[in-house]
Write a protein that binds this ligand. Structure first.
Ligand SMILES: NC(=O)c1ccc[n+]([C@@H]2O[C@H](COP(=O)([O-])OP(=O)(O)OC[C@H]3O[C@@H](n4cnc5c(N)ncnc54)[C@H](OP(=O)(O)O)[C@@H]3O)[C@@H](O)[C@H]2O)c1
Length: 217
């Protein structure tokens, strides 16, 4: 069994979610409030290690009134246990789970284990279906996936994402090296993922589009 997984992201009108090495405020204040309300509805909130290293996000509900226990469990996909010990995702505001692979250095894993829950899934990179199954068994039945581009690709490739919502901000970033909503190796045209629009909403100068994901071509 796997958790229900909702990928939520903000991208520019040209499909970028960040520059190559820094984050960027793409959507409006009202969209950020929407995201924080969304976080309240999920058992877990998940990102890839690069997002932690670049953005140092808190991954808590802090833009609306919320109790500490409303915070979802923070999940970091981090095969080599590179999460810095002073990263904000390891603060006391919420529980955290770091998912590492068998390749992770033992000393790093031991240090992380003093600060949060660490689970192992995969030999080299994280085996995402196995990780999702382990998280489900831990009681994490729903996850809000918040990127970045590389993890988004792998999660879609493994057909683990159930719903996608994209807030298209009124900005253009351009750039060869900028991150897009989904990077990774990409899909063959015959294997690309089809989407079905479920809802469209204007939020300030942004457009929120919610899709159901259709994996069968
Ligand atoms: N606009 C938005 O909504 C938004 C949201 C989130 C992030 N971002 C941006 O996205 C950027 C980071 O994206 P990113 O693509 O560089 O990195 P990422 O997706 O955050 O993290 C990717 C890393 O996760 C680890 N990983 C382990 N197993 C994996 C697997 N099976 N599949 C995929 N990844 C796996 C790998 O590092 P190891 O090999 O070391 O484990 C991989 O390099 C940041 O600049 C951030 O600002 C934007």
């Amino acid at each position: 069994m796997k958790p229900y997984i909702h990928l939520n992201s903000a991208m520019t009108a040209d499909g970028k979610i960040a520059t190559s090495n820094s984050s960027l405020q793409i959507s409006s204040k009202d969209d950020l409030i929407r995201v924080h309300k969304l976080r309240c509805k999920y058992d877990g909130i998940m990102v890839g290690i690069n997002t932690v290293l670049i953005d140092d996000p808190k991954l808590t509900i802090h833009k609306i009134d919320a109790k500490k226990e409303d915070n979802p469990t923070r999940i970091i996909i981090d095969s080599k246990a590179r999460t810095p010990l002073n990263a904000r995702v390891l603060n006391d505001d919420a529980d955290s789970v770091i998912v590492v692979s068998k390749k992770a250095p033992e000393d790093r894993v031991d240090k992380l284990k003093n600060m949060c829950n660490v689970i192992v899934a995969g030999e080299d990179q994280i085996d995402l279906p196995l990780a999702m199954s382990k998280l489900y068994d831990m009681g994490i039945l729903s996850i809000l996936l918040e990127g970045g581009s590389t993890l988004n690709f792998s999660m879609l490739k493994d057909k683990l994402v159930d719903k996608l919502s994209v807030c298209v901000g009124s900005k253009i970033l351009g750039g060869f090296d900028s991150k897009t909503l989904v990077d990774g190796e990409g899909f063959n045209p015959s294997e690309c993922i089809n989407l079905k629009i479920e809802n469209i909403e204007k939020i300030d100068d942004d457009i929120l589009v919610e899709y159901r994901i259709i994996y069968e071509n």
